[in-house]
Design a binder for this molecule. Structure first.
Ligand SMILES: O=P(O)(O)OC[C@H]1O[C@H](O[C@H]2O[C@H](CO)[C@@H](O)[C@H](O)[C@H]2O)[C@H](O)[C@@H](O)[C@@H]1O
Length: 245
């Protein structure tokens, strides 16, 4: 079945709750997780959007929360890390993280694989683990095979992404995070919009659509649960700038 292209989203409406992905949406992708460059205008832009939307703004990232906050000050925003496994509400309350028991064994197995492919980047998260093969694409098959096998054990789901394979806790995903944040009084009755580029963002597109909102895909057309599309990080920034006016 052919993939139909999606229109750009309309201007940001005042009744929206705005949820944003980080890598590939607010920030250009880079060769390694630590090699990103956060646009200098971004913190002020997010603050202005928060003011415009009466605080109904959140960041929902695949990164571990502590890692995300090394790059972006998220104080004052609702925020989720590790593909929904970590959640901090807008008032600063952190919800407990459930770590699968098999995480220690998974870490050992992943480190062993990284000794075979030294250019792999292993990113440890509080409740999961990611293996990046962007610098060593020939390791993809071995990475996917190992992560698939580890995900078949208790507690984990395999999360594919852009040149990365991850184990995330079963039951935690970006859609569940969006739904949880929408239960907060501040977000009640608003229309959730989620903006994201990667496969993990599809759960949040579907969740937003199911509560009278919509998803905005960033990047080329693909099979998606999103309703609108923006071409790239620059187009997202321009749309957000317009919405913050
Ligand atoms: O949900 P996100 O906030 O978009 O996080 C998804 C993953 O982003 C990061 O990896 C991706 O970006 C890296 C830096 O540009 C890039 O090198 C890598 O290839 C991408 O997959 C992050 O490191 C992961 O933990 C996130 O899950």
């Amino acid at each position: 079945m052919p993939i139909t292209d999606l229109s750009p989203p309309p201007p940001l409406a005042p009744d929206v709750a705005l949820f944003l992905d980080f890598d590939g949406t607010l920030v250009e992708l880079a060769e390694a997780p630590d090699a990103i460059s956060v646009p200098h205008h971004l913190p002020r832009l997010l603050t202005r959007l928060g003011e415009r939307l009466d605080g109904r703004i959140g960041i929902i990232s695949g990164r571990a929360l502590a890692d995300l906050e090394r790059h972006l000050d998220c104080r004052g925003f609702a925020v989720s890390g590790s593909h929904g496994a970590e959640l901090r509400l807008g008032d600063g309350t952190s919800l407990p993280v459930e770590t699968p028991e098999s995480l220690s064994a998974a870490r050992i197995a992943v480190r062993a694989l990284a000794t075979r492919f030294p250019l792999l980047i292993v990113e440890e998260k509080p409740a999961g683990i990611a293996v990046h093969y962007r610098r060593v694409p020939e390791a993809q098959d071995a990475v996917i095979a190992l992560m698939t096998e580890l995900a078949e054990g208790d507690g984990f789901v395999l999360q594919r992404g852009k040149m990365v394979a991850e184990l995330r806790p079963r039951g935690a995903d970006k859609g569940a995070a969006l739904r949880r944040l929408m239960r907060e009084p501040k977000f009640a009755g608003a229309r959730p919009l989620f903006v994201g580029d990667d496969l993990t963002d599809e759960d949040a597109f579907a969740a937003a659509a199911s509560i009278n909102g919509a998803g905005i895909l960033v990047g080329p057309p693909r099979k998606t649960a999103a309703r609108w599309r923006l071409a790239d990080v620059a187009a997202v920034a321009a749309w957000l700038e317009e919405g913050a006016r």
